[in-house]
Design a protein around this ligand. Sequence first.
Ligand code: ADP
Length: 270
Amino acid sequence: MPTPRMNLDAYQIDTEPFYLSTGQEIAIAEAAYHDGTPLLLKGPTGCGKTRFMQYLAWRLQRPLVTVSCHDDLSTSDLVGRYLIRSGEAVWTDGPLTMAVRAGAICYLDEIVEARKDTTVVIHPLADDRRQLPIEKRGELLTAPPEFMLAISYNPGYQSVLKDLKTSTRQRFVALSFDYPEPDKEVEIVCREGGLAPEMAKSLVKLAVMTRGLKDSGLVEGASTRLLILAGQLIGRGIEVKTACRAAISEALTDDRELLAALDEMVSSLF
Ligand code: ADP
């Protein structure tokens, strides 16, 4: 029995999200969309990949279905499964199938976290066939032109072992994201964290310093997201150093020496 298209109104983004462009990413992504080519976003966590997808979905007027991938994510979690309802097995589409049927944008966040057998299901969807096999139903879905697949991964901390297979990544147009340059990051932190420019400038300086600690054992420096969180705490009246400790330092590490180094950086700025 054909499954009816789901109404994805709830996934539609009606209001323009604030997104500060950092390069050619909007033009490239739009061109890829019109060519039916999937997108690969790479970059550290908290640097704007999700926000970019929200902005793109708004521009293209397509619903955005986001899946945060994890190492337990199975093919059924993406494609769908039979559920027993009132003693009857009823098919329920997973988010990927739902997005394909509705011609939405499906964003698989941190794809390399997912099991290898799970990522295999996106292969025929990512190449020229643009098809999604639903094995349990014996159904082969062809994606409508409006459908777009986007995946992201963080080349920084995800181990080489878990890196995307060449055969997977060569199907995508890749966009590299990084923390915005300081002036733009200040603008973002001001706006999203509700801060005065001077305070945002100091937070960005702090972030740049923490990013330099990567060689000393810090897995990743402070992301734009962490600066915004610190800004929000400050906006609620939390003292600056306390806010930086809670939103930035403690979020970045448990290591005492690194925490002490981060405290020093905070003290040198505030
Ligand atoms: P990622 O998906 O890369 O982990 P996010 O897109 O969630 O990161 O970014 C974290 C936050 O940083 C966003 O919610 C947004 O407030 C802010 N942000 C980062 N980059 C930008 C940007 N270029 N324009 C607007 N906001 C941004």
